[in-house]
Design a protein around this ligand. Structure first.
Ligand SMILES: C[S@@+](CC[C@H](N)C(=O)[O-])C[C@H]1O[C@@H](n2cnc3c(N)ncnc32)[C@H](O)[C@@H]1O
Length: 186
């Protein structure tokens, strides 16, 4: 069976992330990507995970504690657009964005085109060669389409000399299934 965008995002991360590396979860939410990345980087690596909602930090902390993964994760209660204030001098080998709202919470707290673009700019500054930025865009909610357009334009304009850019989507499904973008630095 073909993988969902979410599943495929993990496949793309697993292919390149190695123990000891630094990575970013730009939209921690309930922490499933944070946990996944923490397992990949191991105790010598570091996951910087961002969210603007306290609730996201609490659920993620709980999941990390249950799996004894808290050691290699820095949970940051701030917007991903301020990423540069928290990362060290190390390059990052991957960053993941799940755009949209936190399931089962306030649907008005959503990622926004301008701040998403700022965060993407910052991630590119830190991205190592062969590193990947994965964006899974949910866009069925109010404001989602505008953000999808911004992200698609942003990705499309990246110079081919420096980046490979991929999009992955199901084109015959109802209810606006998420669309995945992957930016790989050459
Ligand atoms: C689709 S959810 C993420 C789901 C998450 N990957 C998971 O496993 O549950 C999007 C998240 O982005 C967060 N968010 C919105 N704006 C943000 C920003 N500027 N910086 C960081 N997180 C933000 C929301 O609070 C929400 O938790």
């Amino acid at each position: 069976m073909l993988q969902t965008a979410l599943h495929f995002s993990h496949t793309l991360l697993k292919e390149i992330v190695q123990p000891g590396q630094h990575v970013v979860d730009a939209t921690m939410g309930n922490g499933s990507d944070t946990v996944f990345l923490a397992e990949l980087v191991g105790k010598k690596g570091r996951v910087y995970a961002f969210d603007i909602q306290e609730q996201a930090l609490q659920s993620t902390q709980k999941r990390l504690d249950e799996k004894a993964l808290e050691y290699q994760v820095t949970l940051i209660h701030d917007g991903h657009q301020h990423l540069e204030n928290y990362l060290g001098k190390e390059e990052i080998h991957a960053a993941v964005f799940n755009l949209g709202y936190l399931p089962k919470s306030d649907k008005k707290v959503i990622t926004l085109p301008e701040t998403t673009q700022q965060a993407l700019d910052s991630c590119l500054q830190y991205l190592a060669r062969k590193g990947r930025i994965i964006i899974v865009a949910y866009y069925g909610h109010e404001g989602g389409q505008a953000e999808l357009t911004t992200v698609a334009n942003y990705c499309q304009k990246l110079p081919q000399k420096e980046y490979n850019v991929l999009t992955y989507q199901f084109i015959n499904q109802k209810n606006q299934p998420p669309i995945l973008f992957c930016i790989e630095k050459k």
